[in-house]
Design a protein around this ligand. Structure first.
Ligand code: MG
Length: 79
């Protein structure tokens, strides 16, 4: 079930991770490659039946990199 509290918690985690990611890997960052890496880590966490906290963490990182692709684009694919 996705209720308002769980949505807010997830989005807050993405907000925090976005700040962390931007400061650790500022623009220009290969955002699409990073997103694909995170998708792979999320898939592995699910396939390996890891703890739900690990799966959640990877899902937050996927959403964070998707946000960076949406907001910043990717320097390797300039439009
Ligand atoms: Mg990860």
């Amino acid at each position: 079930m996705i209720d308002d509290d769980s949505k807010e918690l997830f989005l807050h985690a993405v907000w925090c991770e976005l700040d962390k990611a931007k400061s650790k890997f500022p623009w220009p960052n290969p955002n699409l490659a990073a997103l694909m890496e995170e998708v792979g880590e999320l898939a592995n966490a699910l396939l390996e039946k890891k703890d739900i906290r690990e799966i959640y963490k990877e899902a937050v990182q996927v959403a964070t990199m998707a946000a960076r692709c949406a907001i910043e684009g990717d320097p390797q694919f300039k439009t």
